[in-house]
Design a protein around this ligand. Structure first.
Ligand code: HEM
Ligand SMILES: *[C@@H]1O[C@H](CO)[C@@H](O)[C@H](O)[C@H]1NC(C)=O
Ligand SMILES: *[C@@H]1O[C@H](CO)[C@@H](O)[C@H](O)[C@H]1NC(C)=O
Ligand SMILES: *[C@@H]1O[C@H](CO)[C@@H](O)[C@H](O)[C@H]1NC(C)=O
Ligand SMILES: *[C@@H]1O[C@H](CO)[C@@H](O)[C@H](O)[C@H]1NC(C)=O
Ligand SMILES: *[C@@H]1O[C@H](CO)[C@@H](O)[C@H](O)[C@H]1NC(C)=O
Ligand SMILES: *[C@@H]1O[C@H](CO)[C@@H](O)[C@H](O)[C@H]1NC(C)=O
Ligand SMILES: *[C@@H]1O[C@H](CO)[C@@H](O)[C@H](O)[C@H]1NC(C)=O
Ligand SMILES: *[C@@H]1O[C@H](CO)[C@@H](O)[C@H](O)[C@H]1NC(C)=O
Ligand SMILES: *[C@@H]1O[C@H](CO)[C@@H](O)[C@H](O)[C@H]1NC(C)=O
Length: 376
C-alpha cells in the first residue's frame, strides 16, 4: 500500500516538474526517463556559432540613451554576476535575464570590451554546466526564479547560481553557499571591501587592493566554512573575478586602474553603470586578465585545495588544475566536470553537447591546448 502510494506521489511530482520545466534549465544529471519526458516539450534550436571579436575595440559611451538602467522586474533573473546583471539592467542582454551564449558574448564585448577569447571561454563554460544545450538558453540567475502556481524546484532550475560548477566560494561580495546564500549582494562583505580599498588603495579598488582582499576572502572561508572548496574551475574564476572590476568597471577614459567605490557599489549592488559611463579603452583577453591574476597571486600564492569538513583544515589538492597548467583547466573541465554532468548523453543532446564543446575549445587553440576528442 505504502509502495503504491509513494509510486503515485512520485509520478505526480515528476509530472509537476515536467509541466513547469523552464526552457532555460539545465538538462545535466537527468535520468533517461526524465529526458524522454522533457525533451519533446522543448523548442530545440539550431545552435548559433559564437560571434567573433568586434571591429571597434576602443572606449565609447555605453550608458547611452538606447541603454537606460531599468530595475529588474520580480520575475527577471539576476545574480550572482555583477557584470551580467548590469548588462541585463541596461538592455545589452534580454531584460528577463535569459539569453543565448551568442547574446552573452556580444553583450560583454559591446558593453564592457571583454575580448573575444575570454568572452567565449567563460560564456560556453557557464553554458555547458548551467545552461540548456538544446534550447540554447542560459539564465544569468536561477534561484530567484518564477513564482506562481507551479514554481519549479530549485534543484532543477539551474542557472548561474548553481553551486560548485561555476558559482563558488570566497566571492568578493557574495557569501559562500555553505552559509545559505551564495548569490546576493552582501553589505558587510562590501563594507570589508571598502575598508581594504581605504587601507591599500587610498579609497579606490585597484590591483593592490584585489591582492589583499582575494587573500583575505580565502583566509576567511578557511576559518569559517568547513566545506570551503577552492579547486578548478572555481580556483581560476575566483582570481579572475578579482581582476574584472579593475578591467571593466573603471571608466575607459581613465588610465590609472582605480575604481571609485561609489561606482563599485553601483555595479556590485544595483547592476548599474554610472551616468556617462565609457567602456574600457582596451579589450581585456586571456593574456591581460592572466597578467592581472599573476599580480594578485604572486604576493600570497595559495594553491588549489579544500577544507576537509572541519574549520582550518585547508588541504592542497594535487589533482586540481592550477596556474602552472592552463590547458589542464580545459581538459579537466571537459573530461571531469562536463562528462560528470552528462555521463550518458545520446542523440540530439549528445550532438548539442559536442557542438558546445567545440565552441568552448575555439579560443584555446591559440593557447597551445589540444582538443579533447568528442564524446561518443
Ligand atoms: C562572459 C560571461 C560571464 C559569465 C558567464 C559570468 C559568470 C559569473 C559567475 C557565475 C559568477 C559568480 C562566481 C562566484 O563568485 O561564485 C561571476 C562573478 C563575477 N563576475 Fe561574471 N561572468 C561573465 C562576465 C563578466 C563580466 C563581463 C564582468 C565585468 C564586467 C564580470 C564581473 C564579475 C565579477 C566582478 C564577479 C565577482 C562577484 C563577487 O565576487 O562579488 N563577469 N560571474
Ligand atoms: C548513466 O548510465 C549508468 C550505467 O548505465 C547508470 O548507472 C547511471 O545512473 C546513468 N546516469 C544517468 C545520469 O542517467
Ligand atoms: C544557493 O543559494 C540559493 C538561494 O539562497 C539556495 O536555494 C541554494 O540552495 C544555494 N545553493 C547551494 C548549493 O547551497
Ligand atoms: C553577509 O556576510 C557576512 C560575513 O560573511 C555574514 O555573517 C552575514 O550573515 C551575511 N549576510 C547576509 C544577509 O547573508
Ligand atoms: C593602488 O593604490 C595605492 C594607493 O594609491 C597605490 O599605492 C598602489 O600602487 C596602487 N596599486 C596599483 C596596482 O596601481
Ligand atoms: C584609447 O586608445 C587609443 C589608442 O589605442 C588612443 O589613441 C586614445 O587616445 C585612447 N582614448 C582615451 C580616451 O584614452
Ligand atoms: C584616476 O583618474 C580619474 C580620472 O582621471 C580621477 O578622477 C581619479 O581621482 C584617479 N584616481 C587616482 C587614485 O589617482
Ligand atoms: C566617486 O564617484 C562619486 C559619484 O560619481 C563622486 O560623487 C565622488 O566624488 C567620487 N569619489 C572620489 C573619491 O573620487
Ligand atoms: C582534517 O584536517 C585536520 C587539520 O589538518 C586534521 O587534523 C584532521 O585529521 C583532518 N580530518 C580528516 C577527516 O581528514
Ligand atoms: C579525456 O577523455 C577522452 C575520452 O574519454 C580521452 O580520450 C582523453 O585521453 C582524455 N584526456 C585526458 C587529458 O585525460
Amino acid at each position: 500500500m505504502a509502495r503504491v502510494f509513494f509510486a503515485i506521489a512520485a509520478l505526480l511530482l515528476a509530472a509537476k516538474d515536467v509541466v513547469s520545466f523552464p526552457n532555460y534549465a539545465s538538462l545535466a544529471g537527468l535520468s533517461e526517463r526524465e529526458l524522454d519526458e522533457i525533451i519533446p516539450q522543448l523548442t530545440v534550436r539550431t545552435l548559433e556559432k559564437p560571434p567573433g571579436q568586434m571591429k571597434n575595440t576602443l572606449t565609447k559611451l555605453v550608458n547611452d540613451p538606447a541603454h537606460p538602467w531599468i530595475a529588474p522586474a520580480p520575475d527577471d533573473q539576476r545574480d550572482p554576476c555583477p557584470g551580467l546583471n548590469t548588462l541585463a539592467n541596461h538592455g545589452y542582454l534580454p531584460r528577463d535575464g535569459i539569453a543565448t551564449p551568442a547574446q552573452i558574448v556580444n553583450a560583454v564585448q559591446e558593453g564592457f570590451n571583454m575580448a573575444n577569447d575570454i568572452a567565449v571561454f567563460v560564456t560556453y563554460a557557464a553554458h555547458l554546466v548551467d545552461g540548456n544545450l538544446l534550447t540554447d538558453l542560459l539564465s544569468i540567475g536561477g534561484k530567484s526564479a518564477k513564482t506562481g502556481p507551479n514554481p519549479p524546484s530549485p534543484a532543477i532550475v539551474g542557472g548561474l547560481d548553481t553551486h560548485a560548477v561555476f558559482e563558488g566560494d570566497a566571492s568578493t561580495t557574495r557569501g559562500d553557499a555553505f552559509f545559505g546564500d551564495n548569490h546576493s549582494f552582501n553589505e558587510s562583505l562590501f563594507d570589508e571591501l571598502t575598508a581594504f580599498s581605504n587601507k591599500f588603495g587610498a579609497g579606490f579598488y585597484n590591483l593592490s587592493v584585489a591582492t589583499e582582499f582575494r587573500f583575505q576572502r580565502i583566509q576567511d572561508s578557511i576559518a569559517t566554512n568547513p566545506q570551503f572548496s577552492l579547486i578548478s574551475p572555481r580556483y581560476y574564476t575566483a582570481y579572475a573575478e578579482s581582476v574584472f572590476p579593475v578591467a571593466f568597471f573603471v571608466d575607459g577614459r581613465e588610465t590609472n586602474g582605480s575604481l571609485n567605490m561609489t561606482v563599485a557599489r553601483g555595479f556590485f549592488q544595483d547592476g548599474r553603470m554610472p551616468n556617462d559611463f565609457f567602456r574600457s579603452n582596451i579589450s581585456w583577453g586571456l593574456d591581460l586578465i592572466g597578467e592581472g591574476i599573476g599580480f594578485i597571486f604572486t604576493p600570497h600564492p595559495i594553491e588549489p585545495g579544500t577544507n576537509n569538513g572541519t574549520l582550518n583544515s585547508y588541504t592542497l589538492d594535487p589533482n586540481s588544475a592550477d596556474f602552472s597548467d592552463f590547458c589542464k583547466l580545459y581538459t579537466d573541465f571537459v573530461n571531469v566536470t562536463v562528462r560528470g554532468l552528462y555521463p550518458n548523453a545520446t542523440g540530439p543532446l549528445l550532438n548539442a553537447l559536442n557542438q558546445n564543446l567545440d565552441f568552448f575549445f575555439g579560443p584555446l587553440g591559440d593557447q597551445g591546448c589540444t582538443q579533447v576528442p568528442a564524446f561518443v
